[in-house]
Structure formats: C-alpha cells, structure tokens
Design a protein around this ligand. Structure first.
Ligand SMILES: [Zn+2]
Length: 1043
C-alpha cells in the first residue's frame, strides 16, 4: 500500500500511454479502400483458376456424403464443394480441397499456392495517406483515390436572404445532394427544425481533396498553413493580432449595435440580442458565490462518524459553478462529464489535488431530442476547427471569438440568417449557438468516398462444441425476427460465414432457388469464392437469407468436428468486407485451435485467486493486427463469446477493442442447462441488432488552449495523435480521456471541451454529432475539491486501473486505486483543512469516494481471493473500458431497494402512472431481512432476492404464489396481477428499465438459488474472506491519511 498510486495528474507513467501509443506505432496507415473494382477484376483470375481443376477430396473423420457440384456454377466445377442446402445432410460432407491455380495436383491438403485475393488497399500505393500531424496539406495535395470531387465554382454569396445552396458535387455518388434535408434516422428522435436554404460560400474556392479523416475532421479544408497550424504559439499570435481584445472571455465586449447595418435589415433589437451577455466577468466573481446555492456542498464530513453517506435517491452529477445562463446551455452530463467540474488553473494546482482530470463521454447515446442542422455552411474556427457552439463570444455581429483557441473569426454571411425565426441578423440565435448538443448533416467535404452502405456479416462457430450449446437456434431465430429492423435502407447488405476446421460461405445471389454452401478447407491461405454473391443486398435476397437462417441450426446438428479455425474465418470475413467496410458479428464458443490465431489454454485454476501472474495480456498479436487492418478498412468486429471453458478473451478481445467493436460474454451458455443465459442473449441480441449504428466514424475531442488530452480509453484505434478511428459507433459505447493542464489558465475564467463525431448513418448520410461542455476555471485547492465529480473520478480511475493491471499487475492496480483515495484525502487534509480534527475528514463532494473505490476493488475486474474465471475478469475489464459511466457505476456499486413494502409516498407520476420511489439502501447484508424482498439494480441485470420469511402478501400479491416453496427455481418475470402491490412493483421495475436502452433481465432469487451468490457478492460494504469491510477500509484510509 505504500507504493505510489495512480498519478492523479501530470507525469503520466508510460504504462498508461503504451497501450495506445503502441497501437499507433504498429498500426497500418489509414486508407480507404477502393470500392469494388479491385475485387471485381481479381475475381476473374480466381475463377479462371477453377476452370481446369479436378476435384480432390480427402478422407474425413466425419462420415462423408459426396455432394454433386452445382451445375449452375460451372466456373467452380469440382474444385469446391458447392452444395445446395437441401442436399446438405447432417454431419457428412465432402470437403474438397480448394482449387490450386498453378498446381493442379489434387488430394493433398494445404499445399501449393491458392488464388489470392487482391491486396487489401492498405497495400495499395495509391492509397498511401499523408502522415498524420501534418498541417501543411494545402501545399501538397495528393491525387484523388477512387473517386473525384468536382466542386463547381461557388463564389462568395452576398445575398442577404440566400436561398438554395449550390452544393459541391461528388461524381459517382448519387446521394451527394441528398443531404440537403434532414431525412433519415428515426424522425421521432430528431428535432428537425432546419431546412436548407442557406447559401454555401465557405468553401472559399478550396479544392483540397481529403485523403484522410484526420484532414476532414481536423485539418482545415481552408488548408492555409498558418491557419491550420495547431501550434499554440501560432494560435496565440493570431489572437494577439486583435490587441484591443484582452485574452479570455471575461473581457468579451457586450453586444453593441454600433457599426451595425441599417435597421432595414430586420435586426432584432432589445434584450434578446446576443446570448453572450452573461459571459461578462460579473457572473463568476468569488468562487463561493455559486456554491452558496448548495450549502450542503460546503460541508466537511467525518466519514468515521457519518457512516451512511449514500443518498436515498440516485446520486446526481454535480452542477458546475457557472452562471445559470451559461449552465442552462451546457451539455447534459449523461453525454459529457468532467472529473472536476471546476478546472484547476495550473498543473501545479491539479497536482496538489491528487485527483485525476479527465472526461467521460457517451457521445452516440440515443437521444429523445436532437437538433439536426442541414446547412451548407458548418461554421468552424479557422484556426482550430472547433465547431461554433453556445460558449463562443460574438464580438459584434460579424465576428465571433473561438472559445478554444481565442481566434477571432468572421461570421459567414448565411449564418446571419436564422432559419428558426426566419430573421436576418441573429447569428447568436442560430441553433448552433443555442445547443450544446447538435448534429450537422455533413456536406461532401466531409466524405472520403460515397457514404458506405450498411453491411452486416455474421460469422458463426459451428463446431461440435458450438452445436452442443444450441446457440445457433437462438441467434438465427433472433435474426429472423429482427431482419426487417436492422438499421439500413435499400442498400443494406448481409452475408454469412460458418466455420469449424474449415470455412463455409453461403451464396445468396438473387435468383437462386436456395442458398448454396461453399466450403473452403485451405485455412492456411484463405480465399473468398465468388465474393459478389456472398454479401448480398438484403432486400433483393431476403427470401434466401430467411431460408438460410431457418436451415442453419439444423445443418450441423450431427457434426463431430471439434476444431475451431477462428483466425482464418476472421481473415476470410475481413477480406469479404474490406471493399465496403461494415459490421462483423462473430460468435465463438471455444478456444480457437487451428490456423493463424490458434490459442493455448493458459488459465490455471489455482492461480485464479492470486493477484499476480495471471494472464491479462494477449498471448498473440494476431487479433490486434487483424483488428487494425479491419479498422483501416472501416470494419468493426463484435465478438459474442459463449463458452463454458477458458477461451482466452484477453487475446480474442483485441479483435473488438482495436476495431471499435463490442464484446459480449455468456459463460457456460447452454440452451437447456442455462436458461438464464439464453434469455440474456436473446434480449441483448435484440438490442444489438436493432440499435442505431454509425459507420466509418471518427471522433475528435478538442479542449481550450492550455489543456491537453493525453490518454484515451475505450474501444477504438488512435489514428493520429488525437483522432479516434471508429469503424462502427453504437449508442451503448462510452469513452474516457485523461487530461493535463499544459499552460496556465490564469487568463481565462471558462474552458470548453468539444467532441465531434463524424459518421455515416445507416441511411447513408454523413453526419457530425457535436457536444460542447463548458466549465469554470478556479484558482484554489478548495474550489477544485468542491467541484469534484466522484462518479466521474471513480470511472476514470477504473479505466486507468485496467491499463495498470495489464501493463503492470493486478496488485499494482489495486494499490493505485487505494492510493488515489489516500493521496487526495491527504492533500485535502493538509492543504485545505485549517484545523486538524481527528477522524477521516473529506469534502462533501468526495464523501462517496472511499466507498466507490472499495466497490471497484471488489468488482470482478479487480477483485482477489475469489474463483472468478480469468475470462470473466477480462470481460469485466472490457466492460469498464467500453461502458458509459452510468452503467459502469451501476455494475460497480449497484442500487439496492426494499420492494416488499412499496408505497405511493414520494412516488413519481409519469403519464398517469404512479411510480414508487423506495429509498436506496447501503450494500450490506445488515440492510437485508429475511422477511422482506430486495431489488438490486446492477445495470444490465436486476436481481430480486426474496427472503425466506417474506410476507405472504408479497408472495401472493406480487409473485403470484401461495408459499415460498412455490417460487419457481427460475423466475425471470413478474406476473401482472390485479393487485396494487403488483402494479407498484411492476411500475417501479419498468421505470428502471425505461432508463436504459437495453432490457435488463429480472431474476427472482430464492434463498437456495445459485444466483444468490451473485446477489451477495455485490454487498460491497461487507467484509469477505479476502476483502475489507467498508468500515475497515475507512480506518485504513484514515491511518494513511493521518500519517
Ligand atoms: Zn479556435
């Protein structure tokens, strides 16, 4: 415990950076693949290779049935097993050697060259990207790749009331003009209040062809070196060219009508003009002024005396100490949160506080209301490319000052027109300046290529082990049920691959009477047979797809093949998808055993409980490398691992982590023995298949000059220094970043953070979702502590601890977590508290810090002394990295309620439904009683533990059973009974579920149920064999703090 903890600031240990730095170093250069051409042309050679081949087959351990080649496919002849599914009978099948172009000898496996697929475009010299970080691109424009941008000459418009815009056209892309109007997505989710009607004139004649998203999103298309230079000195000098403007916001001139054009232009007058008025210095005077609104927040708490600091209602994020006019415009903390809502002025001050500075983001969260702007002009800072936002200042009607780099920019002519009010001359009233969260329809400058179609490829493990679990039935049925709900449009493509020791493709070409199976047994050098028929248009081939999904679960029921060639199957899937990009969904049920990426068991059960020497790092870099290739081709891989045995998720998980995919894990999945997992998979698949998806995305986070982002957490690949490559983005993914204060912020009172997510919607539109968060800067340690956001801090520490576990060790990470509490509370004690009282004194804002860190130590990721399987631990770590904060906190410190005595007292009333609000309970068995029923909300799971002596009333009126013994062993639903008790309980549970986009399953747990252990494991305040109780932990912290 005496080791240094996770550094709260500054001097980031290399271990925290290595993870992404290493990825950057070894990553393939970013390119975008050619669309189709290369594939089409090379296919000829593949086909030619087949023409003269004789078939070869080899004896197979499985009783074989020889299948006749299909006559409609003469090109493939005997060289490949092409089997109509109706002919495919059970386990028997002939696995023919794939054709060998230059070596027609048959019968021997894996020998000789096989027709190759075209090189991935990352090896295409024409696609070599510009080095990232170069800001001088204007001088050296690379040639266009596979398509060309033709910009019509669009001179600056001077119309005061401009109309239709003239869009740049994009040859070969018929959709290029369709982004004039908001037309896609779920209209109910969007607040489409802006129509086009604004003239485009900001291209300024720029003809730069973008060759990477870095340039599109970050580098300016204004491409003038000194304007796009991110060198802070340069930016500052630009700012200084307006000597009359002192630095910072506080000196922003109040709106002035001096120099405005004549009133005939319909200018608004009076107080409604310029929302920036409150940005004056007066709003942020003494630090205490805002805090006086929350007197409780100023309290110093002695945790040893006040043992229960858990609020009775869910903890709300702290409100930044900003003037209400600014705060009301601020970003919703569910989307964008900072660990410190008061930013320390200097790194020295941050170091003193010993608290981590970072952001937690949920950028693609499903939103009920999202303003969508369709305008040909997206107004951004000419210097740092920040999107105009509510926290910029208007110096006058024609100039706005960037809140990130302080550059003064011109207000474009068309921005003077407000499409909402149809009034000219109100730039500050535009929705871009009124909404901290907004989405832009991106014009073609934001495209590297025509927006990709939605492409979904499913890769199924069909080995004996997989068939045993019975998962195919569930998954295929779920797919059948949701086929029409897959996000997409008429361009949606779909395909399927199955694999065991060989790889099976399915031709779904329109016009076939049934799907055809193509088996490739050469897993050493995988090739794609007839690629054009394997990923097919869903609309055109829907019946074939449905046919296949109905047939698949039966096809392999008698297989005896136990081997798993996952690596080669992934390579095949990657090749199939690389021309377009898209989403690859992989189901795996065991350790891969064949071909590239084969893994060996390395979990040793007797090491499970030890904090040392466990295998948290990948055993091969195959999955990471393939993931980086996938990322370069805009392919994300989602892994569904359903396995009873160790499957080395530490290695397999890399395929999702670096390709911006997700990992799902169902330990011991079995269709009969583990109904709970079956249900969980069904529910999660339903969400997975139907949730919103963004393709070929990149995200950049910018912050006010002086602050610097240095470490990123989440599933992605860091493309250039700060551009996250997200081949797919989904609404359930969270991200975190760490920051430091590089330059003193003494000249400013506010700082801002802006995330910009550029993506292609499933309808084929390019969109940019922008969130901007504004926070005050403070100069004293006390203020830093008062503004601490304990949930965000705990979430960021959890992310850092995962990295530390992997790069150092689990015990190191655990020590670092504990030290984070000790160091910050010591700093508070020694530097803020004037009189040294006994006890464990903490600022009110951090009253739950020790509890949350203790909960983290007991979380699956970091716990010791348990029998947690290695894969389960790794999965928990994946979740820490990839979950939005709100769910991370619920998995770490679940909410516990007593529900057998729900009343309407204090209930919410929503849509005429009364929703009881039972108080939150501490997570301790002390709070349980055998005569009650307790609901635990752990985010993705709800557990209802019913005590042995639970009142008859609850049993009969809520559970619908006459006595305790009659509660079913597996009960995952409450009956809807015609009783007030039932109505209240169901209303409360539905309300909890409505708070999240997925459907947490409810498990009713009896005393002797195996799930009870899970329930009790979450009692984080209690002592266990290997972990301290909350009180013991507090005593330990106190000892260390008072040293
Ligand atoms: Zn700027």
């Amino acid at each position: 415990m005496s080791q240094p903890g996770i550094p709260a600031s500054g001097g980031v240990p290399t271990s925290l950076q290595a993870q992404n730095g290493a990825a950057s170093a070894s990553g393939s250069p970013y390119t975008n693949g050619p669309v189709q051409n290369a594939l089409m042309s090379s296919q000829v050679s593949v086909s030619q290779g087949y023409n003269s081949q004789l078939s070869g087959s080899y004896p197979h351990p499985i009783p074989a049935k020889t299948l006749n080649p299909v006559s409609e496919q003469p090109n493939y002849g005997d060289s490949q097993t092409v089997s109509p599914l109706s002919n495919y009978q059970g386990p028997g099948r002939t696995i023919n050697r794939p054709p060998v172009a230059s070596n027609p000898v048959t019968g021997s496996l894996h020998s000789g060259p096989v027709p190759r697929m075209p090189l991935p475009t990352s090896q295409n010299p024409a696609a070599t990207p510009m080095p990232s970080g170069s800001f001088l691109r204007g001088a050296n424009i690379p040639p266009p790749l596979n398509w060309q941008y033709n910009y019509p000459s669009t001179g600056s418009q001077t119309n005061r009331c401009p109309r239709a815009s003239s869009q740049p056209t994009l040859s070969g892309n018929t959709n290029s003009t369709s982004h004039q109007y908001v037309s896609s997505g779920d209209p109910s989710l969007q607040n489409n209040f802006i129509k086009s009607g604004i003239t485009s004139n900001t291209n300024n004649g720029s003809m730069v062809v973008h060759n990477s998203y870095d340039e599109i999103e970050g580098g300016g298309f204004l491409a003038t070196p000194q304007l796009t230079n991110k060198n802070p000195t340069m930016s500052r000098s630009v700012g200084y060219s307006y000597p009359s403007l002192p630095p910072g916001y506080q000196n922003t001139a109040p709106p002035s009508t001096a120099g405005m054009p004549p009133s005939s232009l319909n200018y608004p007058s009076g107080p409604q003009a310029f929302t920036q008025a409150p940005f004056g210095a007066s709003h942020l005077t003494a630090s205490m002024s805002g805090l006086s609104l929350h007197p409780e927040g100023l309290r110093v708490v002695n945790l040893l005396q006040e043992r229960n600091m858990l609020p009775s209602t869910p903890l709300q994020p702290p409100v930044p100490n900003l003037h209400e006019d600014i705060q009301k415009l601020n970003c919703n903390p569910e989307l964008f949160r900072c660990t410190l809502t008061s930013i320390p002025q200097t790194q020295a001050l941050l170091n003193k506080a010993k608290l981590p500075l970072g952001l937690l983001l949920h950028p693609f969260k499903d939103l009920v209301q999202l303003p969508v702007v369709t305008s040909s002009t997206i107004v951004r800072c000419r210097s740092c490319r920040t999107y105009i936002n509510p926290f910029v200042s208007f110096l006058d009607q024609r100039r706005w000052k960037c809140n990130l780099c302080y550059r003064v920019n011109d207000v474009p002519e068309e921005f003077m027109y407000n499409p909402l009010t149809r009034v000219y001359g109100e730039p500050h009233r535009r929705p871009e300046v009124q909404n901290a969260t907004i989405e832009f329809m991106a014009p073609s400058e934001y495209m590297l290529r025509p927006p990709q179609p939605p492409v979904y490829l499913f890769v199924f493990d069909v080995s004996h082990n997989a068939v045993e679990t019975g998962y195919l039935n569930s998954v295929c049925q779920s797919l059948l049920d949701n086929l029409d709900l897959l996000p997409g449009n008429t361009r949606t493509k779909i395909g399927f691959i199955t694999f065991d020791s060989t790889i099976h493709f399915y031709s779904l070409q329109e016009g076939l009477s049934q799907p055809q199976m193509l088996i490739v047994s050469d897993i050493e050098d995988v090739f794609i047979p007839m690629p054009e028929n394997l990923l097919v248009n869903l609309n055109e081939s829907k019946e074939l797809v449905q046919d296949l999904l109905k047939t698949l679960p039966q096809m392999f029921t008698k297989t005896l093949e136990t081997q798993s060639a996952l690596g080669p199957a992934l390579q095949a899937a990657f090749k199939l998808m690389s021309p377009t990009g898209g989403r690859m969904t992989v189901f795996q049920t065991q350790l891969p055993t064949l071909g590239v990426g084969a893994l060996k068991p390395r979990e040793e059960p007797n090491q499970r409980s030890s904090a040392k020497e466990i295998h948290l790092t990948p055993s091969t870099d195959f999955y990471k490398k393939l993931a980086l290739d996938c990322s370069g081709q805009q392919v994300a891989v989602d892994l569904f691992l359903l396995s009873g045995q160790y499957s080395d998720l530490a290695s397999l998980g890399c395929i999702s982590r670096y390709s911006a995919g997700s990992v799902y894990y169902y330990p011991s999945y079995h269709h009969q023995h583990n109904p709970v997992q079956v249900q969980k998979l069904q529910k999660e698949l339903q969400r997975y298949l139907t949730r919103k998806i963004g393709f070929e995305a990149v995200m950049r986070i910018r912050c006010t000059k002086g602050l610097s982002i240095h470490t990123f957490h989440g599933n992605f690949f860091v493309r250039s220094t700060d551009l996250l490559s997200l081949p797919n983005v989904n609404p359930d993914a969270g991200y975190a970043v760490q920051m430091s204060v590089e330059e003193s912020l003494t000249d400013t009172q506010l700082v801002s953070f802006q995330s910009a997510l550029l993506y292609t919607s499933s309808k084929g539109e390019r969109r940019i979702r922008v969130h901007t968060l504004c926070l005050p800067v403070v100069s004293t340690l006390n203020e830093v502590f008062l503004g601490a956001d304990v949930q965000a801090i705990s979430g960021l520490l959890a992310n850092m601890a995962v990295d530390r576990s992997v790069t150092a060790s689990l015990s190191d990470a655990r020590d670092a977590l504990v030290n984070a509490v000790i160091d910050s509370l010591s700093a508070y004690r020694s530097s803020v508290l004037s009189n040294q009282q006994p006890g464990l004194m903490v600022p009110f804002s951090l009253r739950l810090f020790p509890l949350f860190v203790l909960a983290l130590l007991k979380q699956k990721s970091f716990q010791t002394g348990t029998n947690a399987r290695l894969d389960e631990r790794i999965f928990a770590m994946c979740q820490v990295k990839n979950q939005p904060l709100v769910y991370l906190m619920l998995t770490t410190h679940p909410s516990l309620y007593r529900v057998d005595n729900l009343s309407d007292e204090g209930a919410l009333n929503i849509n005429d439904r009364t929703i009881p609000q039972p108080p939150l309970l501490q997570l301790s068995v002390e709070k349980l009683s055998r005569d009650g029923a307790f609901l635990m909300d752990a985010g993705s799971v709800l557990m209802l533990w019913v005590g042995k002596n639970c009142g008859q009333n609850f049993l009969s009126q809520v559970l619908g059973v006459q006595n305790y013994a009659l509660i079913p062993q597996t009960m995952t639903d409450l009956p809807e009974l015609d009783t007030p008790e039932s109505a209240r309980t169901i209303a409360f549970i539905s309300w909890l579920r409505d708070q999240r986009p997925f459907f947490p399953i409810l498990y009713v747990i009896r005393d002797e149920s195996p799930m009870k252990a899970n329930f009790l494991q979450n009692m984080v305040e209690d002592r266990t064999e290997s972990a301290l109780s909350y009180y013991e932990f507090l005593l330990h912290i106190q000892q260390q703090v008072n040293k």
